[in-house]
Design a protein around this ligand. Sequence first.
Ligand SMILES: [Fe+2]
Length: 573
Amino acid sequence: MKLPRPQPTKRLAAQVTAAVVGVGALSVGLATQATSDAPVLYPDAERHAPSALPDRVILTPTATPATSQSVSWRTSSEVSTAQAQIAPMAPGPNFEATATTTMAPAVDAVQADLGFPVKFHTVTFGDLAPDTEYLYRVGDGVNWSAWYEFETASDKADPFSFIYYGDAQNYVHEHVSRVFRRAFSDRPQADLIVHAGDLVDVADRDNEWGEWFDAAGWINGGVNSIAVPGNHEYRSGALSPYWDKQFEFPKNGPTALDAAHPETAYFTDYQGVRFIGLNSNFSSNQEMIQAQADFLDQALEENPGQWSVVTFHHPVYAMTGTRNNQLVRDLWNPIFEKHGVDLVLQGHDHTYGRGNMKNASSGVSGVHNGTVYVVSVSGQKMYDLNQGENWSGNGAELEKTDEGTQLYQLIDVDGDKIRYEARRADGTFHDGVTITKKADGTKTVRTVDESGTPLVPEPTEPPTTEPTTPPTPAVKVPGRIGTVKVSGSRAAARRTVRWTAPRTTGGAPVRAYRIVVKRGSKVLVNRTVRGNQRSLAVARAKLRTGRHVVTVTAQNTAGWSPATRVAFQVRQR
Ligand SMILES: [Fe+2]
């Protein structure tokens, strides 16, 4: 739909008049030229006009992201056959033949403030295989989007990464788009993007939503987004009419919010992490905060995974001015601590702050065992830091701050460890922690540098107090026996074999000697005696006539020594 180009604004007209007056009568021709060539602000109504071609395509997670996937998009209001097609990932273009089509439910048009009606459509693909790549496109059967690709979640606690942003809100086209690009180029493998509210400045302005979608471009079509509403997603107390139409979040939140605040509190489980989104826009409505406290408590109690991440807009501990979100702090904070929530990701204060409750501190700066609370900002609007009074005055401590800086956060989940990192819009490192969790649920949170190395070195194992036995030197077999003699006359009734100890014992005492007497190959005597014995008497009756050989060897724990042999003669009696 093309709309008429608007007339120059009053400000432009005034500038033109000033130009004419300034150059005087001789320059009337030039002034006229300047008037016709002056740039005119391209109208939002054309820039964001809808058509039959889908735009604002975005993936949002279901409650079961291993087997299902939601996608939403926008068209002009004439589209009445909205549909989506899906096919398994393939290297070539022939996959289209295998694509299946799902029709989108009929929807009512929403009147945009730019003067046109629009429609938001949603399809949820089901019966998908876990940890599997698919291609999909959306359209009306004739006018289609590109084929986008996505991957379903694993049904196990496999490693993955996600991105978290604080408020985008202002000048999203000019200033936030670079943050979205930088973050995604730093974590192109990210499976999720968390937006902690105030995505736009004015809840029902179509051009602002248009800028927000354009800033992420095709990224939103391939990566699941989790978003919660900030105060700027409300106008005159009403949630943006776009919210639950352009996003399809799980409908598993507290029923108290269903009617006026749909899809603003929910949870989804992604590869071992339970992500919980909350709606903190009830500074004076305890009933709504309490309803979400009960929901939060139950969702954490029943968390099937090892990790939990909670996101909402108004921070538990405010960073700036005299802000104080007491209901959130009073009713939600005890539940975070009770269940050991790992990350609380917030916005609203247009600064950066990261800290924890004081009672979780180890006593060493940069090391604690509690929940990590973060406030961040991705957009252009900046507030000044205060001294962290709202933290210190409420039992918490700030570990890291920043102001006047746009930031994005990268979080990597891997087994028993989460690595969290905040980077500035220019890509430089700003802040980092690692959370290491044991099987019993206890954890250690350490502030780390860019390389992931803890700022406070991890303690080394304390020296053992148990007595240690000196290492036993290696034992060798005994050395060869020095002397072997056979005494007694050749015809004596008894001959005696005598020997001396081996030259070396091999490091262990000799515990036995073996004496073998042979006549030729015939073994006549084979005796083993104790290690303290040095002689053995052999009766003549055991021997034969002629030449005999006696062999003596010594044994310790390592084995037998080389043999020492001596020959002797025996005569007939
Ligand atoms: Fe806000």
